[in-house]
Design a protein around this ligand. Structure first.
Ligand code: AMP
Length: 394
């Protein structure tokens, strides 16, 4: 029996999708709709080794989903076989600690949570509504980026601000990229032939967005992102940690709240420091002697080492660490710089293994390294498909 599941990741002007057979975990189709709401939108649809493209104007997510249905009808796979739709949903607040069947109540809860994730939840809701219209006869599930971290220890998720204000406005650490941290930590344990709950692990999800988590006893005990995905590591275009006083100072200096939001989310991080946010370009700039790129790289590594060291203290030791996502999987220089700084804490990198690109989970530490260092490719869509399958079978 096959169990094709359509997985959607709706952004403000784009929708990424995959169809995965949750029985044998094969990918039946992948694709991307871009520039929704602009003068010319596009769909790129890949299935059975072929790529099909279409361009038109899709005014909103509903029109984009209708065009997607037409693409499936023309080139397959058959949507009629799809048994469920899974929606990547960024913010589940304290309400959602697992994948849930979407009904009107869930949609209303997502609307209520939108102030916590104004950039992410509204397009997600638009995607859900459009997909429910296009595919009304199958169950739709929400898979939350925050769910894996819903049960962090209270001392880890509590911010030290006035408790009444925090309660009133739901201010706490939520954590994001949970689907990836969940997948990678389980994949690493499995790959090392160990049980997930017997390892002390750190997962470094280093993509354009970046976060790190500490996992012990099978559960996350800390993670670097907070109320929003802005906290923590230096990212492609986001600041990560800064003194919160900077926000009030910028505002008093005449910058509006939306401009501050834009500065911290879109014009900061590596881009703000050196004008580039792709690590391939940053590596090339450093090689060419660009001092800003070198400083940006050093700030990035400094913050990451700071987090890993702190998490080792919280965990009381460390068995294994995984590097994942675009930078973590591909940039051997970043991994080498981190491990060099942590050598005295048991990070013994094997340089040739670190340079290998296998596309699979592999160990990059020496055989006698106190900490096992791994590269573990993430697969958020597969994790989503597994969670939808579990929900369907529950
Ligand atoms: P993600 O958000 O996980 O898709 O990661 C995207 C980021 O990964 C890009 O912005 C690059 O900085 C980085 N990246 C992708 N491929 C490479 C590569 N071959 N070498 C270094 N960095 C890479």
């Amino acid at each position: 029996m096959s169990m094709p599941i359509l997985l959607l990741n709706a952004g403000s002007s784009s929708i990424k999708y995959q169809v995965i057979d949750a029985e044998d975990e094969t990918v039946l189709a992948t694709g991307l709709i871009e520039r929704i709401g602009e003068a010319s939108s596009t769909i790129k649809h890949k299935t059975q080794g072929e790529t099909f493209e279409a361009a038109d104007r899709y005014a909103d997510h509903t029109e984009a989903l209708a065009a997607l249905v037409a693409m499936f009808d023309a080139h397959g796979p058959r949507l009629a076989n799809v048994q469920a739709v899974g929606h990547r949903t960024v913010h589940g607040g304290s309400k959602f600690d697992r994948t849930v069947l979407i009904d009107d109540e869930v949609i209303q809860a997502l609307v209520d949570l939108s102030p916590l994730a104004p950039l992410h939840n509204p397009p997600g809701i638009a995607g859900i509504k459009a997909a429910k219209t296009a595919l009304p006869d199958v169950p739709h599930y929400a898979i939350f980026d925050t769910a894996f971290f819903a049960h962090l220890p209270e001392e880890a998720y509590t911010y030290a601000i006035d408790r009444t204000v925090a309660k009133e406005l739901s201010i706490r650490r939520y954590g994001f990229h949970g689907t990836s941290h969940n997948f990678v930590s389980h994949r690493m344990a499995h790959f090392l032939g160990r049980h997930h709950d017997e390892l002390k692990m750190i997962v470094c999800h280093l993509g354009n967005g970046a976060s790190v988590s500490a996992i012990a006893g099978g559960k996350p005990i800390e993670t670097s992102m907070g109320l929003t995905p802005l906290q923590g590591l230096v990212m492609g275009t986001r600041t990560g940690d800064i003194d919160p006083g900077v926000v009030a100072y910028l505002n008093r200096s005449g910058m509006s709240v939306p401009d501050i939001d834009n500065l911290l989310n879109k014009k900061s991080g590596m881009l703000g420091l050196c004008g580039k946010n792709d690590f391939r370009d940053i590596g090339a700039a450093i090689a060419a002697g660009d001092a800003d790129a070198k400083l940006a790289f050093d700030v990035y590594i400094h913050r990451l080492v700071f987090y890993i060291g702190g998490y080792m203290a919280l965990l009381g030791g460390l068995d294994a660490i995984a590097f994942t996502a675009g930078v973590g999987e591909n940039d051997a220089t970043v991994r080498a710089a981190v491990c060099e700084r942590l050598h005295t804490l048991g990070f013994h990198l094997d340089a040739p293994r670190n340079e290998l690109r296998t596309g699979r989970a592999h160990i990059i530490s020496t055989d006698d390294s106190p900490v096992t260092i791994c590269v573990v490719p993430t697969n958020e869509e597969l994790q989503m498909a597994r969670e939808v399958k579990d929900a369907l079978e529950a």
